[in-house]
Design a protein around this ligand. Structure first.
Ligand code: CDP
Ligand code: MG
Length: 153
């Protein structure tokens, strides 16, 4: 089992797509083990997007990501980091493949609805940035034995 961090960005909340997006992750077989709404401060935005702070386009990203409520969540499942990134699709919604979340719902490079951690280090760092350990509620769904054969490696 692996954990990843997702952020339903302000465009996702404003467009009332939260339910649809969470449903896609649940239907894939990922567990939501933490979730909360918040408004990201400029300080938190700089921590979250530390790798992009020096980029010329960072100020507009900060304005966007702090511009309305977001939903932060932790998903758990097999290869959750890769599975979620593949489900999101390419950064720019215009380039993202149909069938991906960004491909289906976004026509923007910035307003691409959902963030997902891009690797194990990022996942651990981002989960710790938004949640305390006691806020993570892992559980074993009783349907697990019907999701994947027991002898699959
Ligand atoms: O989210 P992802 O890892 O696919 O993309 P990124 O290259 O790490 O960029 C992080 C976020 O910054 C993107 O998801 C966009 O919302 C935003 N962005 C932007 O506003 N302008 C750009 N030229 C590139 C990215
Ligand atoms: Mg990225």
């Amino acid at each position: 089992m692996e954990r990843t961090f997702i952020l339903l960005k302000p465009d996702c909340v404003q467009r009332r797509l939260m339910g649809r997006i969470i449903t896609r992750f649940e239907e894939k077989g990922l567990n939501v083990i933490a979730a909360k709404m918040l408004v990201i401060t400029p300080e938190l935005a700089k921590q979250h997007y530390a790798e992009h702070v020096q980029k010329g386009w960072y100020p507009t990203l900060e304005g966007f990501i702090t511009g309305g409520p977001v939903l932060a969540a932790v998903l758990e499942g097999l290869e959750a980091i890769k599975v979620v990134r593949d489900m999101l699709g390419a950064t720019n919604g215009l380039n993202a493949a149909p069938g991906t979340i960004r491909g289906d719902y976004s026509s923007s490079r910035q307003m691409n609805l959902v963030h997902g951690s891009d690797g194990p280090e990022a996942a651990a760092r981002e989960i710790a940035l938004y949640f305390k350990p006691e806020e993570l509620c892992a559980y074993e769904p009783t349907i697990t034995k019907w999701m994947r054969a027991g002898d699959e490696k």
